[in-house]
Design a protein around this ligand. Structure first.
Ligand code: SF4
Length: 162
């Protein structure tokens, strides 16, 4: 549906997407459209992008990320093997941070990734215990430098408690 939306615009794209979903349920959809490039290749360097100033959460309709992580009941053993693996930390600094402006700090819904400090003291902090297993980082990292692997059994959001 999303490629149709992208190609045809909101009104026509959603109408065509609805038709496509209906045809899919009847198993007679005649075609499959794909995006022109993978998601991670769609990121622009931060110098070419317009900053978005998101309003602060109001605590009534919108909430900060860590409050929502708390509600998900996410829990991991602190000493389990890392399930978020950054293959090359220097590439993360030179490209993800320096060129793309650290998008992991924005796209991760659980505030797992943070660039902390400045200058020579700058470091990539991974708060893996907060991870809600959406796998966005594995898909969206501009260099495909983050590998999400299944965590130790039992860790993650408490789906039954939601
Ligand atoms: S899987 Fe999702 S929640 Fe976990 S670190 Fe990646 S982006 Fe964040």
């Amino acid at each position: 549906m999303k490629p149709l939306w992208t190609k045809l615009g909101t009104v026509l794209g959603i109408a065509a997407g609805g038709l496509d979903m209906w045809l899919n349920t009847l198993r007679i959809s005649p075609f499959t459209l794909r995006h022109g490039k993978p998601d991670h290749a769609a990121l622009l360097p931060s110098a070419q992008a317009k900053p978005i100033n998101y309003p602060r959460p109001d605590g009534s309709v919108t909430y900060d990320r860590l409050s929502s992580v708390f509600l998900s009941g996410t829990l991991h053993e602190e000493d389990q093997p890392p399930h978020l693996q950054v293959r090359d930390l220097s590439l993360q600094k030179s490209s993800e941070h320096d060129v793309f402006g650290g998008p992991s700090g924005l796209y991760c819904p659980a505030a797992v990734y943070e660039w902390v400090g400045e200058g020579a003291g700058l470091r990539y902090q991974i708060n893996a215990a907060n991870c809600v297993h959406c796998k966005t980082c594995d898909i969206k990292d501009p260099n495909q430098n983050i590998n999400w692997v299944p965590p130790e059994g039992g860790g993650g959001p408490n789906y039954r408690g939601m």
